[in-house]
Design a protein around this ligand. Structure first.
Ligand code: 13P
Length: 249
């Protein structure tokens, strides 16, 4: 897959009016030949779906339960029902602050794909794990346990985001040559688990991406970016989309 994919993860930011203005600006300047998505907080999804023509719209999380007495949760079928295209699952902030396990994550992915949503599965190591030489072990476990039980025929709905935890929101990105090593490892693992079905899955990088460093990642062969801070301003997200378009074919 040579079309790059750039995804804005707004996390818990933006007001409704800021969200709509951002969407208008990005849609008006959306370059040809690249895939883009925005994942706002749940409450803005429906408003953005109504206005979006070029960007996909997604959620940042979904419940592992199908439906029922789970106060505060949002089900996969509800996301589909309001027009969401995708969902981010297993973000390190959810693993850290909300104790999400790989077992929760595999249930979430299974339900999301069953309901026709695309899934962006996030994996990545902490600084301690990197220093202990455990990057591959950690990422392998997150992939294998997270994808356990996910039907192979739905794998075309998957994107993986490699997000080293220590690079998220710190302003210090992973070195592109280190990121691509892990991304190549992820590609090999996917091929090993799912054979040819794993081949076309895009593997993105995330962690302190900015317009002035993203090109270095594209040059080494990442399939796109999952972007937090630098996605909040329409201008910088547009710049990232343009870079993505430049490296797409
Ligand atoms: P930053 O781009 O703010 O480092 O966040 C990355 C991220 O967590 C995207 O999911």
């Amino acid at each position: 897959m040579s079309r790059k994919y750039i995804i804005a993860n707004w996390k818990m930011n933006m007001s409704l009016s800021e969200a709509l203005q951002w969407l208008k600006d990005v849609e008006e300047n959306f370059p040809e030949g690249v895939d883009g998505a925005v994942c706002p907080p749940f409450v803005y999804i429906r408003d953005l779906v109504k206005e979006a023509r070029k960007l996909k719209v997604g959620a940042q999380n979904v419940s592992w339960a199908e439906k029922g007495a789970y106060t505060g949760e949002v089900a996969a079928y509800m996301l589909k029902d309001v027009g969401a295209d995708l969902v981010i699952i297993g973000h390190s902030e959810r693993r850290k602050y909300f104790n999400e396990t790989n077992q929760d994550i595999s249930k979430k992915i299974t339900l999301a794909v069953k309901n026709g949503l695309e899934v962006v599965l996030c994996v990545g190591e902490t600084l301690e794990q990197r220093q202990a030489g455990k990057v591959e072990e950690v990422v392998r476990t997150q992939l294998r346990e997270g994808l356990d039980g996910v039907p192979p025929e739905t794998w075309e709905k998957l994107t993986i985001a490699y997000e080293p935890v220590w690079a998220i929101g710190t302003g210090v990105p992973c070195k592109p040559e280190d990121a691509i090593k892990v991304i190549e490892f992820i590609r090999a693992e996917l091929k090993d688990i799912a054979g040819n079905k794993g081949k076309g899955i895009r593997v993105l990088y995330g962690g302190s991406i900015k317009p002035d460093n993203f090109e270095e990642f594209l040059k080494v062969g990442v399939d796109g970016g999952l972007v937090g801070g630098a996605s909040l301003k329409a201008d910088s997200f547009i710049q990232l989309l343009r870079l993505g378009a430049k490296y797409s074919s």
